[in-house]
Structures are given as structure tokens and as C-alpha cells.
Design a binder for this molecule. Sequence first.
Ligand SMILES: *Cc1c(COP(=O)(O)O)cnc(C)c1O
Length: 503
Amino acid sequence: MSRTIFEKGANGRSGNFLPANDCPVDDLGFAHRREGEIGLPRIGEQDLIRHYVELASKNYHIDKGMYPLGSCTMKYNPVINEEVASLGGFAGLHPLQSEDDVQGALELMYELESDLCEICGMSAFSLQPVAGAHGELAGMMIARDWFRRRGEERKTVLVPDSAHGTNPASVVICGFTPKTIPSNEAGLIDPEVLKQEAGDDTAVLMLTLPNTLGLFEKDIEKIIRIVHDALLEQAEKGIVDYPDYLFDVGALVYMDGANMNALMGIVKPGSIGIDIMHLNLHKTFSTPHGGGGPGAGPVGVLEHLAGLLPVPRVVKKDGRFSLKETSGESIGRVHPWFGNFNVFVKAYAYIKALGGEGLLEVSENAIINANYLMKKVARDYDIKYPGRCMHEFVASGRNLKKFGVKTVDVAKRLLDYGLHAPTVYFPLIVEEALMIEPVETEKKEALDHFADVMAKIAKEAEENPEILHEAPVTTPVRRLDEVAAARCPELSWSGGECLPMEE
Ligand SMILES: *Cc1c(COP(=O)(O)O)cnc(C)c1O
């Protein structure tokens, strides 16, 4: 096992050569002076570089190979966008600089917001949320306040069982109660079932589109109608009072648009009546992710909800950009400052470089790749919903159960062949699920290779299942005890201490 960077060092070694301090130090005041050693690694420059190269070579990453992790959109992001984001004029900004100093940055945010509105058909976006789930929470808060302002305490949010796991979680954190809508045998929402479930207490339908099976709701227009009507009935009975322009807006429809890479240039959510949505800039719009950030989950709304968006918002007046800090209706801040600005720069560069045609091509390629791969994988694995998919599909390892092989074994064996595993055991409505998103940036040869390896593994399951139970055998770390990995993390060479088990 590797040693940590602390264990590799030795006293007196150093990787930097700072000039001696030539300022008087006495004035700093002894009260604030550190007493002991700071405890940084003592390591030379070459060993430092070797340390990180060693770690990188042990890791699997998008620069090493394909990453078919369903729902996560782990794709190649053009390096030029990293360059752009690290330009001094962007990277060196401070949030407390005066507005006059940062007109360019504000203009970029303003333009990005308007591009996102154009792509999604929404009226306004707030760039502030820093993750997809954070955008969901902000969106739910907007819905909650919208009803409160009308003196209504609606409690229920309808969530299809094909929604992303963060959806019901956001619902609960916002104080709503989720109610599950079961999918039909095609993996879609059945409008008749929805009609029965939507009622007086329904605040929002929160759906993931495409859903986590990679399917587009073919009855989406009917679905939105039903949800909007749930409130319209109230308006007609005089229970709630709406301005005329709202008369075709009922209970609200929230769309989880984290996987907008399937829809760009094809569907504008706002134009079909989606009231609130979020995007994941760190999936669709060129920020590498995984490992915790930084991300951006802009939340977008139609006109009737625009005043509720988080503040501050960039406004333009007489050619000058400024930050509007307050709005009587706003749900307030959901993050310090403005969100993750460098993610905005990358998204902006990506959108401007590709243009409308380019973004459409991104989505078309994501869909073509997923359908191509689905057909190939279907030769050796079950596909519960074999119709046309969008950017991803869900296969199942249940046909290998007769050999005593599970989906987890398939996933581990993929690592031996130098591939990252797909998302496994999600969505929950598919037994032994393998959720595969090839993404638009992979070429045909890479898809063929993945399908070939999947076929090989299916054959191994039949002929030599033991090897699958032992997999992975070629990785730096073999099969982990996943519970112990969380409970007893080994963070140093000499082994770790177990965290106490919770009841
Ligand atoms: C990734 C994802 C999310 C959550 O995004 P985070 O940035 O990880 O919070 C929500 N919904 C869907 C459909 C996703 O794919």
C-alpha cells in the first residue's frame, strides 16, 4: 500500500525556495504567533510530483477511459474551457470588488442566464445554487413560497418512482411530503394514475426528464395539463384568486433537468409548461465533476415565479450591469456570494463555442450513442424497457443470476478490463440494474469495446463464475468491504481506526 505524503517526507526537505523574510516581524504581535511546527509534509519537489502521479495512475478518471456512469454525465470537457476560466481577469476576481471593476464578470453572468433561458424556454434563471440537489431545494422553496403567498399550505409533492433519488430528498428537506407515482409497464407516468393522485393538496409534480430509465415521458403534455388543472379547479371554485395570465397554471410542475444533455435543441421545457427546473452545469455544460465540486445547479422559472428567485441577481440598465440585492418576494440567498463563478465561465465558453446547432448535435449524439450501445448490450443482458431511449438506458444483470452472478460482480469485473463500472442497483424499479450513459463524447470504437467487454463478462458468468466473484483482481485495491470502507476508513499507511457503529 502507498505511503501518505506525510510519511514520504523527512525533516529538512522542501519543495519551495522562498527568499528569507526581510520585513520586521516584531510588530506582528507575539500573541498571534504559532507556537509549534505547522505539520506540513516535508517533501522535495520531485517526490511531490511522483506522489501525485502515483495517485493519478491508481485512480480511474475520464482521461484514462470511458465512464458510463448512468445519470452522472461523465463526459470529456474541452480543456480550452479550463484555460478560459483560469484567465487572470476571471480567476483573480474578488467578490467584494466594486461593481465598476467587474462589469465583464457581471455581463458574463447576465449573458449566461439569458442563454440558459433560450436553451430551456424559461423566463429567468438564478445561477446561485452550487449543485443539482441545491437547485432542486431552491426550486422547492420557490414553490412553497408561491403557495404561501396565496395563503395556501399545500403539502404534497408527487414524485414518480422513476425520479432521481435527490428529488424526494429535496421535497422532504423543504417540508413537503412526497407521494410516489408508480410507473406503468413502459416505465412512464400513466396520466390516469396521475389524475387519481393529483388533488387539492398537490403543490408540485416533480419529475426527472428524461426519467432515470432514460425515457422521455411521451404523455408529457397531458401530464402537465393534469397538474396545472389541479389548481385551476380551485381557481374556478373561487378558493384561490389568480391573475388572468395565470389561468392556465395550476399546481406546479418541476422538472429535474440535470440531464439536459438529452434535450438541448429538441425540447424547451418552458415552452411545454414546465414551471420550475434546474440544470447541472457540471454535467451538461463543461465542468468536470465527481469528487465533490465545484458545481452549479441554476434554477429556472417561468414569468409568474421570477420574483421568487434567489437574490442577488444581475440586472442591466443603460448598458451597465449591477447586482440587485433585494426583491420583496425572493426566497433570499441560497449561497454566499454568487455561486461558483468559474463554473459559469466554463459553461459560457462551451455554449458560445458550440452555438445552437452545436448544442443540438451534443444531444443528438448522446441519444444516438445510448441507443447504439443499448442494442449491443441487449444481446447479453436483459433490458426491461427496450424501446427507444434518450441519453441513457438501464440494463439488468438478472439473466446472470442463474449462474450465481450478480450485477455487482459484473461491475467489479469491468474494472479488471480497464473500464469504469456503470451506476448499479439504481433505479430501484429495475432488478439488478446497470444504468449506462455512454455520453456524446465517446466514439463508436469505445462503445464497441465496452459492449465487447460486457459480452465477455456475460460469457465468463456462464463458464467461470468464480472469477467474477473474485473480481477485481488487477486493481491496486481488491474488492472492498463497502460497509467497512465507510466505517473504518484506512487513511494512513499504518491502518485506520474504526468509527463507532451507529445503532
Ligand atoms: C446528478 C443528478 C442530480 C443531482 O445533482 P448533484 O449536483 O449531484 O446534486 C439530480 N438529478 C439528476 C437526474 C441527476 O442526474
